[in-house]
Design a protein around this ligand. Structure first.
Ligand code: FES
Length: 237
């Protein structure tokens, strides 16, 4: 932080019809506890109300505010500007998902990667008669995961393959093996063992480092591989 209590932010901008993305620079007031989200909201209120971003809970539980800060995946609501040395600090949308505008990505691409035949909601969590919001066929809840997409953004394999299931979806599959909730284990393993499944992981551990919920996606992918390997070994004559 400078002596005047300000920081410079370089923020990714993109609006449909603009013809391409660019960065805008802003100077924001900043103290030792100022978060990236505080700074972005200050920009919205005092410098550029057209800046688009997502947030909700403000305390690292809803998973909506994921961004890249100086190239590192973070939840903007808990990422402190003081922990970043960049001058300016660069704020970009998550990677490996389409950008809709500015810092807002299309999370439909994140959820598309999950096995759609596999239940991720306990029967006791499905309230009778509950109506999901428009655009959702059903309620879903992933164990541990806050569905922020940071792991997918950090994943080097997802950067090279849009077909790769990715860390969050594979973690959800592994969790189902621990607690099937009516899932067909063989079907889950067949899904995870596809060419674009668990064996595509490069074991770089970037997803586990990025995960703000300590859901250990890389370790879960390794557990899936052990299950898959054991099954294949058991099938040999
Ligand atoms: S606003 Fe909910 S996780 Fe950041």
């Amino acid at each position: 932080m400078s002596e005047t209590g300000t920081r410079r932010l370089r923020v990714h901008r993109f609006k449909r019809g603009d013809g391409g993305a660019h960065f805008d620079e802003f100077v924001v007031p900043a103290g030792p506890r100022t978060t990236v989200l505080d700074a972005l909201r200050w920009i919205q209120l005092h410098a550029d109300p057209s800046l688009a971003l997502r947030h909700s809970c403000m305390h690292a539980s809803c998973g909506t505010c994921g961004v890249q800060v100086d190239g590192q995946e973070e939840l903007a609501c808990v990422a402190r500007l003081g922990d970043h040395r960049g001058d300016p600090v660069t704020v970009e949308p998550l990677a490996n998902v389409p950008v809709l505008t500015d810092l807002v990505v299309d999370m439909a691409d994140f959820f598309r990667r999950f096995g759609d035949r596999h239940p991720v909601l306990r029967a006791s969590e499905a309230v009778a008669g509950a109506q999901p919001p428009d655009g959702l066929d059903r309620f879903v809840r992933l164990e541990d995961c806050i569905e922020c997409g940071l792991c997918l953004s950090a994943c080097p394999v997802a950067a090279t393959s849009a077909r790769y299931a990715g860390p969050a979806a594979l973690s959800a599959a592994q969790r189902l093996l621990e607690e099937p909730r009516g899932a067909d284990r063989d079907d889950v393993l067949a899904w995870a063992g596809r060419p674009e499944g668990a064996w595509r992981c490069h074991v770089g551990m970037e997803c586990t480092r990025a995960c703000p919920a300590d859901a250990l996606p890389a370790e879960r992918i390794m557990a899936l591989r052990r299950e898959l390997g054991g099954r294949e070994a058991g099938a040999r004559p």
